[in-house]
Design a protein around this ligand. Sequence first.
Ligand code: PMP
Length: 407
Amino acid sequence: QADTVPQAPEDPLFGLMAAYRRDDDPKKVDLGIGAYRDNNAKPWVLPVVKKADEIIRKDPDLNHEYLPIAGLAEFTSASQKLLLGADSPALKEKRVTSLQTISGTGALHLGALFLSKFYRTNAKRTVYFSNPTWPNHFQVFSNVNLEYQQYPYFSKETRGLDFDGFIKTLKGADEGSIIVLHACAHNPTGVDPSQEQWKEIAKVMKERKLFPFLDTAYQGFASGDLDRDGWAIRHFVEQGFELVIAQSYAKNFGLYGERAGCFHFITAPSSDAEETTKRVASQLAILQRSEISNPPAYGARVASTVLNNPELFAQWKEDLKTMSGRIIDMRKALRSKLEELGTPGTWNHITEQIGMFSFTGLTEKQVLKLREDSHVYMTKNGRISMAGLNTNNVDYFAKAVDKALRD
Ligand code: PMP
């Protein structure tokens, strides 16, 4: 039977990582992977995560029993508060149900699976992604047989948001379409709507009865401020939408491989919202049981230890500032070096974009040239991971870009 299985293409990002590892030039620069690196290009274990780990290990009652199907309760409830604010009416009115998932990807999958089974508002159940988006979105949603389209997002001219194109597509979408939104630090462009623009997006979505699927993978990591990065989500919840949220702790806790995340379903306000939420929870539990039975414990224990301890929480905020601050410094350094070199083009977008990634505007040809001539590894769409830059390589990278653009 297996001889009928066709060869699948290699995952482009993981292929890029392998090519980087094979390159033995000492000057090589990895700007592909979406993981934080310190100024020495090394993975960084957050100091607060080290502390939480010590606390967990010292616990004499620690064991390796199964977690409940919906995960660690103190983790999911702290996650709700982090996203929505402790005094959110949605929480008071018991309109939120949450399950611990296999990081953000697992949350997206659980949400997509739930919608594929139960979403009735729109017979076609079309899902809209931003153009461009995190490529895994396509696979996660098409795996559960949801059709997708895209809404314009990035303007090549301004290297900012194509707000008019975005709104126009929302206005033309069928009622009940599912709209996937990056809550902050859009991947891959680093371009986010302003608060005024988010208000307009929510208004149009309400009018057109569109369903928000919010993907949040960078809260606190983008600006260093958890509330600011959570603003769009809170705004949508305040507008009374029925919506879902996929939350990842990979980046903001540096818990990439531990797969800590959460899926949240929020019911719209109504007299029977609490009952509806309970029914939704019961179905989600069945889906979770059949997919993973119950989620992994360690990452959730670490995050929960921090989220539920005011002192550790305060330290976490400092660690977030360390990461986001270093990235912001690298944005400034890169822009000023390119401007100093007089590199053709404008470079204001480097500091205007936010979060882990920047869409440089480099073409595929220039990207490949950078790889061949200068051992710089980045994805073909011209995206760079800002975390791969540091005080030792930012000038080298700027000079390599300058050369690639002049040759
Ligand atoms: N959504 C987006 C937009 C992302 O950038 C990421 C991380 N690359 C994720 C979801 C989820 O990642 P993870 O499964 O590692 O939490």
